[in-house]
Design a binder for this molecule. Structure first.
Ligand code: NCD
Length: 330
C-alpha cells in the first residue's frame, strides 16, 4: 500500500464532525461551525475540561508526542496562533510556525494548494488563517491531513466560536434561555458569523447592535432564522443592554474597509465604560475575541463581568481538545 493510500484508509478528512460515520473525530477538518451538533459540543467540552485539569496538574504531557502542527498564517494573529502553539506544546507535540508568509515561498507566488501539499509532508495537522473566505475549504480539498480554519477572511472562525461557547458555559453554567447581544462590526467580523450560527443549536435570543453600515450579513440572519431563533437588529445599545446576559463586543475591522474615511467615521461608535455598564445586569458577562482597539475602556477590566481575559484561557483548553480529537488521541 502506498503512503497516500494508507493515510486515506485511516481517515477521511472530508467528513465533517457532525456527519462522521465512523464514530471518531480522527482526521476530520474543522472548517465551519455548521459541522457541529450538540453531542459534538458536549464531547469537545468534556475533553476541554480534562485538558484544563491536566494543565493545572502537570502542565505539559505527552498525548501528542511526535505529532507536528503547522501554523500557516496569512493574516496577523496573536491569540489564535500562540494558543494553537501552546496547545500543541502542552500536549507534547511540536509546531512549524509560519506566522509571516512574506518570508515563505508564498512571496514567490506559490499557490495555496501547493503550499498545503508541501506543509502536509512535514506535519500532521495544519491550522490556516487566510484573508479569503473559503480558503480553508480550498486547502482541505487538496490536503490529506486535517485542516483547521483559524479565520477565512470575513467568513468564519469556528475554533473561536467553540471557545466562546465554552466561555459562556463556564461563566454562566448554561446557554439555553440566554439573551446574547453582539456589538460592533457585525459585517466583517468573522467571529460573530460563526458564533451566531453555533448558537442556533441552543434556545437563545440574539440582538445585533452595529452602525447601520456594518450589519450582520443577510446570509447569517437567514440561516439563524431558519432555526427559529429570535433576532433583533438595532443601532441602539441602550435599548437591549438591560436584558443582555452576554455582551459580545467586537472591533471594527479596519483592514476590511476600502475607504479609510468610512472606517474613521464608524470606529468609535460604541465604547463600553463602567458608567454605561451600570445599566446592565449584575450577573451578565462581557466577552470580546480581542484585540480591542478602544471599544472597551480599560477602566472596565476590573469589573467581575469582564470575561474577555478569562475567555483567552478557555481557548487554550478548547484548542488542546480539538487537536487531540482530530489527531485521534482523545
Ligand atoms: C479575531 C479574528 O481574527 O477574527 N481575533 C481572534 O482570533 N481572537 C477578531 C479580530 O481580529 O477582531
Amino acid at each position: 500500500m502506498t503512503l497516500h493510500n494508507s493515510i486515506i484508509r485511516q481517515s477521511n478528512p472530508h467528513l465533517p464532525f457532525g456527519d462522521r460515520q465512523d464514530g471518531t473525530y480522527y482526521g476530520k477538518n474543522i472548517l465551519s461551525v455548521k459541522q457541529f451538533n450538540r453531542a459534538d459540543l458536549t464531547f469537545i467540552f468534556e475533553v476541554a475540561h480534562e485538558m484544563e485539569e491536566m494543565v493545572r496538574r502537570v502542565g505539559t504531557f505527552d498525548l501528542l508526542k511526535g505529532k507536528i502542527l503547522t501554523n500557516l498564517f496569512y493574516e496577523p494573529s496573536t491569540r489564535t496562533s500562540s494558543s494553537f502553539t501552546a496547545a500543541m506544546e502542552r500536549l507534547g507535540g511540536s509546531v512549524i510556525p509560519i506566522n509571516d508568509v512574506r518570508y515563505s515561498s508564498v512571496s514567490k507566488g506559490e499557490s495555496l494548494p501547493d503550499t498545503i501539499r508541501t506543509l502536509e509532508c512535514y506535519s500532521d495537522v495544519i491550522v490556516i488563517r487566510h484573508p479569503e473566505t473559503g480558503s480553508a475549504a480550498l486547502a482541505a480539498k487538496y490536503a490529506r491531513k486535517p485542516i483547521i480554519n483559524a479565520g477565512d477572511g470575513t467568513g468564519e472562525h469556528p475554533t473561536q466560536a467553540l471557545l466562546d461557547l465554552f466561555t459562556i458555559l463556564e461563566e454562566l453554567g448554561h446557554v439555553d434561555g440566554l439573551t446574547i447581544t453582539m456589538l460592533g462590526d457585525l459585517k466583517y467580523g468573522r467571529t460573530v458569523h460563526s458564533l451566531a450560527r453555533l448558537l442556533t443549536l441552543y434556545n437563545v435570543r440574539l440582538n445585533y447592535v452595529s452602525p447601520e453600515i456594518l450589519p450582520m450579513p443577510a446570509e447569517v440572519i437567514e440561516e439563524v432564522n431558519a432555526k427559529n431563533i429570535s433576532q433583533t437588529v438595532t443601532t441602539d445599545l441602550a435599548k437591549v443592554l438591560p436584558e443582555t446576559d452576554v455582551l459580545y463586543v467586537t472591533r471594527v475591522q479596519k483592514e476590511r474597509f476600502e475607504d479609510p474615511e468610512v472606517y474613521e467615521k464608524v470606529k468609535g461608535s460604541y465604547v463600553i465604560t463602567p458608567e454605561l455598564m451600570t445599566r446592565a445586569k449584575d450577573d451578565m458577562i462581557v466577552m470580546h475575541p480581542l484585540p480591542r482597539v478602544g471599544e472597551i475602556s480599560m477602566e472596565f477590566d476590573s469589573d467581575p463581568r469582564a470575561a474577555y481575559f478569562r475567555q483567552m484561557e478557555y481557548g487554550l483548553y478548547v484548542r488542546m481538545a480539538l487537536l487531540a480529537l482530530v489527531l485521534g488521541k482523545a
